[in-house]
Design a binder for this molecule. Structure first.
Ligand SMILES: [Zn+2]
Length: 623
């Protein structure tokens, strides 16, 4: 009996039904029978590293530090709590900002061990909880407008923020507040109440993504009603007018073509909104962990694969007007409002989610490409801001503030992508550690045996391809150390204490299984030869070059020929081209001469954020 625990009909419940009676989009809908298969919770193959156990240095560490100092810790928390005290909103998304910023702030606190910031976050949480109304609601929508616009979406980020604080501190008040917020939501939405797929925009995908914190809250509390509510949300996706996130995943239809092109882009009928669609799959994967329903995992895997093969461009992200649009095949052409940073960050999180579940290094490859190119290209050099949209050619620009706030969705989200990197760089598997991203840094890990292991990495990667790891197990111990060999590195040299390791394959983990002693040294030399990348549209051929994880681009600061002029095709040997390092102009991390043109890393291209650093990735070829 799945409907026996329905909440009591409250005044709020009746209020929620009034719009339905008046013909609003939030219509009452009966629920189809829910699945009654037994649940078999699933454990991750790889676990994220706790942020207080890792410290990155070098190129990546400096980027993380700047983002923390100049964006995350520079945010005034009270400004983000203020909207919650004005419950008059009917369409805005002011309530997403606190949760998005707070998630990155909790991560930054753990990473920096900063007690002062931690106290400030505690004040912010309790300031937010003080806005909770007697019935449990935390939000800024007027009573008659609940569930419209971005109301449920905002509640999702509030729940995620409260749970992140609870994870870090064990604060019982935060968990109690999250429980009341979720319980109140279940009086307004659910079997016999409003239909989730008719709440808000994008076929209910924005509202449906509340699935993720609902499942996480179940993990915290064991409250069975939360899991039933989560399963009900997923069941509604298959309604005749639902977003079909399960069944469409099992077809070959590209994500951009799941629904007809909408008459109005920002509307309920738009089923191609990238950030919201991926956010639903993040929740679906949490529900898979709780239930073991393989079809839910497979729907996310297949959709990820579809996005990768039809949408993700060479800098590791995609979207136009925040929607899927067949972008991979169209990446040499200009697109309107391309590559929303929210899409980049959510794509990276979806990849990390699947990396945890599968241990497949392809997901780490995708994270690395997105991180070094799309994400860090969108970040201001001092880390203080993020672009809302990033083109593969043009002038970088920040987006305007939104909803009367001092920041926009992407500036709130960018730091969440940055703070993911120290968590995935080295992860722990059932047998031993797994290195995914190469950076200078120190990791204090706990081996499956329970013994401590410190790993120290010395490298100036990605500027060079040499990575030195020194292992410091508390005592000599046998375990496998796995090292990701990027798919772009066909010639990789790997040694342990100077002895060469053979059969190192790109696109896989190299497994070093041995008795590790304190001070054992691993040296990895990755293949940073320039790789020629080619593309075509109907009119002409284009090419560019990549070096290791870095996509290279032209930038007017690097000189002639004129930026948009066709260039001679790159003469290379089996797809590789010699790159001559040149002294980079100020503000550029790495510059090279390739044939007749000079190129720099995409993240540096355009980073004056004005016409003085106009740039382009794809170069039209002459002839
Ligand atoms: Zn955004």
């Amino acid at each position: 009996m799945l409907h026996c625990d329905l909440p009591q009909l409250t005044r709020r419940h009746v209020l929620a039904l009034l719009p339905a009676l008046a013909g609003s989009a939030c219509a009452r809908r009966e629920s189809p029978p829910l699945d009654t298969e037994p649940r078999h919770p699933v454990a991750d193959v790889l676990s994220l590293t706790a942020l207080d156990q890792v410290q990155l240095g070098g190129y990546l560490g400096a980027k993380v530090d700047r983002c923390i100092r100049n964006r995350i810790f520079a945010q005034h928390p009270e400004h983000l709590v203020a909207p919650f005290r004005q419950r008059t909103e009917r369409e805005g998304w002011q309530t997403e900002f606190w949760g998005k910023w707070f998630l990155s702030a909790v991560a930054a606190c753990e990473y920096t061990h900063n007690a002062g910031e931690r106290a400030r976050l505690g004040d912010s949480v309790h300031s937010l909880i003080a806005t909770q109304t007697g019935d449990g609601y935390i939000g800024n929508y007027a009573a008659g407008s609940h569930l419209k616009g971005w109301d449920v979406w905002g509640r999702k980020y509030t729940l995620l923020g409260l749970l992140a604080w609870c994870d870090m501190t064990g604060d019982a008040a935060a968990l109690a507040s999250a429980r009341r917020l979720a319980a109140h939501l279940m009086t307004e939405v659910g079997p016999g109440a409003a239909d989730i797929v008719h709440c808000g925009l994008y076929r209910g995908m924005a509202a449906s993504s509340v699935l993720e914190p609902i499942v996480l809250l179940h993990r915290h509390t064991g409250d069975e009603r939360l899991l039933r509510f989560a399963e009900w949300i997923v069941s509604r996706w298959s309604a005749p007018d639902g977003p079909r996130l399960i069944e469409d995943a099992f077809t070959a239809v590209p994500v951009a073509e799941r629904f007809p092109r909408p008459r109005k882009w920002f509307s309920w009928e738009n089923g191609e909104k990238a950030y919201e669609m991926m956010s639903c799959y993040a929740g679906l994967l949490e529900l898979y962990r709780a239930t073991g329903r393989a079809s839910w995992r497979d729907a996310a895997l297949r959709t990820h694969s579809n996005i990768f093969s039809t949408e993700i461009n060479i800098t590791g992200s995609g979207s136009s007007e925040e929607c899927w649009y067949g972008g991979r095949a169209r990446q040499t052409q200009a697109a309107h409002n391309p590559m929303e940073t929210c899409v980049t960050v959510t794509w990276m999180h979806l990849c990390a989610n699947l990396l945890r579940l599968t241990g497949d290094p392809r997901y780490a490859d995708a994270i690395e490409t997105a991180a070094y190119n799309a994400l860090l290209g969108a970040m201001a050099p001092d880390g203080s801001r993020f672009a809302q949209y990033s083109a593969l050619a043009g002038i970088r620009e920040f987006g305007p503030p939104q909803c009367g706030m001092e920041l926009n969705c992407c500036e709130a989200n960018g730091p969440r992508g940055v703070m993911l990197l120290p968590q995935v760089a080295v992860m722990m598997g059932a047998e031993g550690p797994v290195c995914n991203l190469y950076s200078e840094g120190t990791w204090n890990l706990r081996l499956p045996s329970g013994a401590a292991l410190r790993i120290e990495a010395k490298t100036d990667y990605p500027l060079s391809g040499q990575v030195d790891l020194v292992l410091h197990p508390a005592r000599s111990e046998s375990f496998p150390l796995r090292l990701r060999i990027p798919d772009w590195s066909p010639q990789t040299a790997l040694t342990v204490n100077g002895s060469r390791i053979g059969n190192v394959q790109p696109g896989a983990y190299a497994t070093l299984e041995r008795l590790w002693k304190p001070g054992d040294r691993v040296r990895l030399q990755l293949d940073l030869r320039g790789r020629i990348l080619r593309a075509a549209d109907e009119s002409r051929q284009f090419a560019t070059v990549a070096r290791g994880p870095l996509v290279l681009a032209r930038d007017v600061r690097l000189g002639q020929p004129a930026l948009d002029d066709p260039v001679a095709d790159f003469a290379g040997d089996a797809g590789f081209i010699g790159l001559e390092a040149v002294a980079p102009p100020p503000g550029i991390a790495a510059a090279f001469r390739a044939g007749q043109v000079r190129l720099c890393d995409f993240a540096s291209a355009g980073n004056t954020w004005d016409a003085s650093s106009r740039y382009r990735v794809w170069m039209p070829l002459s002839g």
